[in-house]
Design a protein around this ligand. Sequence first.
Ligand code: FAD
Length: 473
Amino acid sequence: MSTKNFDVVVIGGGPGGYIAAIRAAQLGYNVACVDEWKNEKGGPAPGGTCTNVGCIPSKALLQSSEHFEHAGHHFADHGISLDNLKIDIAKMVGRKDQVVKQNNDGILYLFKKNKVTFFHGRGSFVGAKDGVYELKAGDETVTAKHVILATGSNARQLPGAEFDEELILSNDGALRIPAVPKKLGVIGSGVIGLEMGSVWRRLGSEVTILEAMPAFLGAADEGVAKEAAKIFKKQGLDIQLSVKISKVTKGKSDVTITYTDAKGAEQTLVVDKLIVSIGRVPNTIGLNPEAVGLTLDERGAIVVDEECKTNLPNVWAVGDVVRGPMLAHKAEEEGVAVAERIAGQHGHVNFNTIPWVIYTSPEIAWVGKTEQQLKAEGVAYKAGQFPFLANGRARALGDTTGFVKFLADAKTDEILGVHIIGPFASELISEAVVAMEFKASAEDIARICHAHPSLSEATKEAALAVDKRTLNF
Ligand code: FAD
């Protein structure tokens, strides 16, 4: 078989990799992307964790379960009655699989459109000679001057509770539970644990979330985390903090978790399924980094500088496999920036304006600094908050939980952080991201005309609240 030569070879077809490949192709390079993810028929399924077992399928199930919850609990308020409400889990999961497939197919179409050569299979280093890298791409051998590594991450295993995807589930198994478990345990109250816990609680599971840390949602603003804890408890999610897991035992059709609670008392929890969501580890399995001397850190992440350059000339790495937040949009931005740097342009990723979103209900989203961070850094700031309870559109929607909170520099009024808990927080946060990227002040947002009635008026009002002049509260 003859060797195919490319300007750029991207290993990994998740959001970091496929976007990098497309951008490099747009810039005129001859590009290949290698991805090994298989669909259930063994065919290609580009899109990585995000498309196959992450962002997209989780949001599909969140949507289905939210419809179910609304139909069961909220439709009556609108005068809509439903008798004999039922959920067909197989159909719900089938719809989710269809959504995933549409995304897989979409990426294959984009590769074609942008003339990116796609190889289905494993990509690995063979060696390097005269500034050219030799790689395996599935069964083929390819060469490239530039290599972009975007091999993503895998779910972290809890020692003694290895995933079998039947009883002890990673994100993968959690997205294809065939029937509503009566009792569901979740270890880890991060984004994935909360989202998956919410899906199955809405569908009828009794959900217990066990968290090792003493603080709930430690990365979020304290005010938001407190509000979220209150709401989730009211919804019926049992979230236990400061828990120490001592043993996980698998039965025939259940799992027993023995743990010490916050008071130091030994507890036993028996569940039908256990989701373990205690973080993710960078993935370089099969990449053969030794062949070229690629440097990894003690966590197994590929070491890169602020421009995503590895220790090897013209080898770059982006996304979950490098430092920084494990988020799809962060991976994408790095992918674009690297392709542009290869082309001699000045691609940039602003880590200060990367938004965070948790797709529970209410949704939680933020950008920039939290109040506790500003306090710890000794930054003088002003805060302004506006509740959705005072927003006309939220009242019409029938969802008035939460608030928008602005944090602005006490002297310059520059926006330092925006925190939202409430309806469509995932969409509302974009305005704050744009504002912060342009270094806007709270006054700038306060003076911009926002459509009425819209949830975004709560954003404007929170900006007004920074100067203590809300109009509707
Ligand atoms: P990945 O998406 O992991 O893609 C890596 C790809 O490389 C995979 O296809 C893998 O098969 C392939 N690969 C690896 N090694 C090789 C090799 N040697 N040869 C060939 N192919 C290889 N992020 C968000 O921003 N928003 C969300 O709502 C969100 N929800 C999530 C929900 C869940 C349940 C999970 C698990 C994650 C979620 N994430 C979310 C995180 C998001 O999925 C990741 O940050 C994102 O997928 C990282 O992209 P990536 O391109 O770095 O890696």
